[in-house]
Design a protein around this ligand. Structure first.
Ligand SMILES: *Cc1c(COP(=O)(O)O)cnc(C)c1O
Length: 389
């Protein structure tokens, strides 16, 4: 482990401050480190491992595709990405899918589709996209510009222009921003994940949707973290009576392999024509086969299990000593603790629970199929840590 740490530091760009754990093995929601110590995984590889480590059905789907071929290119037809697209469209009522490899790329495609729609329809000046303060949309220069947090911007200026971020919950600010700028669309998360698991007010979401419809703005939802069953619906927008023109997803979609999707509704279905966008790896057959296995199993039974486990989390943690607030939906949970968050996270890891951080919150995004007894055990350890001095 010490050797690995040294070599990592020597050879890998120092962009990550890692926890002092080397992951060696995992099964379901249990992970072992280099010394054989076991942990309950409440982070799921940052909301990625929907069915945990080494999920059998997912592994079979991936291996079976690997036994045929691993990659070709988007110059040829392949079956897994078509099957995946059909599944996504049938389950959402959207129209078309563009596949990429990450959340940031899925959002890049959404940004291009929003701009192209507005420029085709309203003219070249209509390129401004409104996003929210405290949002997170990725690390590329355009998605950084979309990200409404200056901390992420500084050192990398100038960013792609044409983004304005407004205060979440303030519909007047949004209305005046739309009025005073030549706007193309609006991009939001329903729950600001990296921003600290902060849910938007459902009323506000409704108002944003209505305004977008009224002004013919492309309404896009970033479901990179909230998607794929995470909040107790297949996609989080399904909790509200709204229909986005575009939603993007990644993280959990591939169950652990890199894949992103930009899912287009009627309004923008034909906006990106041949040659307007592309990706070498996008829709890779191995990743897509894995994703088919994931998406086809996110059914009503699984989603109701997610909601039941969510209730257990809220019942156990809300109003418990040492805990100030619990936010989120489904199995995307933010916990505000009295104790300093880094301390809580490190002590949880010491006691065998891998939790994440988001801003000043402890964040839980475990595998959706985590066992109830594992979940309860992890929650008790979190409680213990939060109350111990
Ligand atoms: C993680 C995340 C992204 C970026 O996804 P990458 O796969 O890291 O590029 C974008 N938006 C949201 C809401 C995210 O949580």
């Amino acid at each position: 482990m010490e050797d690995l740490k040294e070599l990592d530091k020597l050879y890998i760009a120092n962009t990550y401050s890692r926890f002092p754990v080397e992951i060696k093995y995992g099964e379901g929601s249990i992970i072992s480190d280099e010394e054989g110590k076991q942990y309950i995984d409440m982070g799921g590889g940052i909301a990625v491992n929907i069915f945990g480590m080494q999920d059998k059905a997912w592994k079979n789907a991936v291996i079976s595709q690997l036994n045929k071929f691993q990659h070709t290119s988007n110059l040829y037809y392949t079956e897994p990405c078509v099957t995946l697209a059909k599944l996504l469209i049938e389950k959402t009522g959207m129209k078309k899918v563009f596949f990429s490899n990450s959340g940031a790329e899925a959002n890049e495609c959404a940004i291009k589709a929003i701009r192209k729609y507005a420029q085709d329809k309203k003219g070249p000046d209509y390129y401004t996209i409104i996003t929210l303060k405290n949002s997170f949309h990725g690390r590329t220069l355009a998605t950084l510009a979309a990200t409404g947090q200056e901390d992420y911007h500084k050192d990398f200026l100038p960013l792609t222009e044409g983004f304005i971020s407004v205060t979440p919950g303030d519909i007047n600010e949004l209305e005046s921003t739309v009025k005073n700028n030549k706007c193309a669309g609006i991009l939001i998360e329903t729950i600001q994940g990296e921003g600290g698991v902060v849910p938007l007010d459902p009323n506000y979401i409704q108002q944003v949707y209505s305004l977008a419809q009224e002004k013919d703005l492309v309404f896009a939802i970033d479901e990179v973290q909230t998607g794929n069953g995470r909040t107790g619906k297949l996609y989080s927008y399904m909790h509200y009576s709204i229909k986005p023109d575009i939603f993007t997803t990644a993280k959990g979609l591939g169950g652990g392999l890199p894949i992103g999707a930009t899912v287009l509704g009627e309004k923008v279905e034909f906006v990106l024509s041949a040659g307007k966008h592309g990706s070498t790896f996008g829709g890779n057959p191995v990743c897509a086969a894995g994703a088919v296995s994931i998406i086809s199993r996110i059914n009503d039974k699984l989603l109701s299990d997610v909601m039941q486990k969510s209730e257990i989390v809220f019942e156990t943690l809300s109003q418990a000593p040492g805990i100030k607030s619990v936010t989120g939906k489904g199995l995307m949970i933010g916990i505000e603790t009295e104790k300093e968050v880094d301390k809580v996270v490190n002590e949880c890891i010491e006691k065998g629970v891998l939790v994440l951080k988001a801003k000043n919150k402890v964040r839980l995004v475990p595998p959706l199929n985590i066992g109830v007894s594992e979940l309860k055990k992890a929650l008790n350890i979190i409680l213990e840590v939060c109350t111990a001095i």
